[in-house]
Design a protein around this ligand. Structure first.
Ligand code: NAP
Length: 245
């Protein structure tokens, strides 16, 4: 991936961190984002201390001005991405009957509107270059649902439709767009699961364990690398077999 510029949102923790490291280890220059300046600095430090090329940037996906500011900085640095990994996402769980407007809006604005705006902003340079890889993080709950996650599941299912439409628009210019739908992965997002919930999950997973961030990063490497050249509009399920799409 020498010569590629990758943008990974939410690279400070969890899946995004593993994806940023994997892409950089394969030779890409990685811009990794966090929601705070301190987090962004830590991303930059992680990459440089690992002997890898890249830097950290601040991004708050629910804020259109923050997205525009990131795009402007990338343009100035000549680092518009040839690989865009829309990884950052949030949950605000509640049963639908109790779900507040803000809980709905926060999740929709971050996980779906933010991805739309950032992707649109990255598209022009990919279209001009006639190459690009766009990888969006969906979720198994887009397919199987999950009580308390009507907002989150809507965004993750929405990303699948978004990705298919986009794949059809940009395929002729050598750009692919795909989703990865992880199952339950060991990150801060799943840290609050009790031992009992983990055991129930484990029994539903043929491979008998929760996933690791590196398992998802391997799927990103495939889609972003040479092997993924003829795959577009697809959703790759990385869930240990708990749902077979
Ligand atoms: P995570 O550990 O909670 O990390 C979230 C990352 O996103 C952090 O880097 C965080 O930055 C950033 N972020 C949070 N809010 C943001 C915002 N408003 N704007 C921009 N960035 C923001 O998440 P994860 O578990 O690695 O999940 C990564 C992606 O995979 C998400 O889209 C998630 O929905 C999806 N996914 C995860 C699982 C799972 O089991 N973990 C399963 C299926 C799908 P800060 O560090 O600055 O807060």
């Amino acid at each position: 991936m020498q010569g590629e510029n990758a943008l990974v949102t939410g690279a400070s923790r969890g899946i995004g961190r593993a994806v940023a490291l994997a892409l950089a280890e394969n030779g890409a220059y990685v811009t990794g984002t966090a929601t705070t300046q301190e987090g962004a600095q830590q991303v930059g430090t992680l990459l440089s201390e690992s002997g890898l090329q890249g830097s950290g940037e601040i991004l708050q996906l629910q804020d259109p001005a923050s997205i525009d500011a990131l795009l402007a900085r990338l343009g100035e640095q000549d680092r518009m991405p040839t690989i865009l990994v829309n990884n950052a996402g949030i949950t605000r769980d509640n049963l639908l009957l109790r779900m507040k407007d803000e809980e709905w809006d926060d999740v929709l604005n971050t996980n779906l509107r933010g991805v739309f705006q950032l992707t649109r902003g990255c598209l022009r340079s990919m279209l001009k270059a006639r190459r690009g890889r766009i990888i969006n993080l969906s979720s198994v709950v887009a397919y199987i649902g999950n009580p308390g996650q009507a907002n989150y599941a809507s965004t993750k299912a929405g990303l699948v439709g978004f990705t298919r439409a986009l794949a059809q628009e940009v395929g002729a210019r050598g750009i692919t767009a795909n989703c990865i739908a992880p199952g339950f992965i060991e990150t801060d997002m799943t840290r609050e699961l009790s031992d009992e919930q983990r055991e129930v999950l484990r029994q539903r997973i043929p491979l008998q364990r929760l996933g690791m961030a590196e398992d998802v990063a391997a799927a990103v490497l495939y889609l972003a690398g040479e092997g993924g050249v003829y795959v577009t509009g697809e959703t790759l399920h990385v869930n240990g077999g708990m749902f077979m799409g």
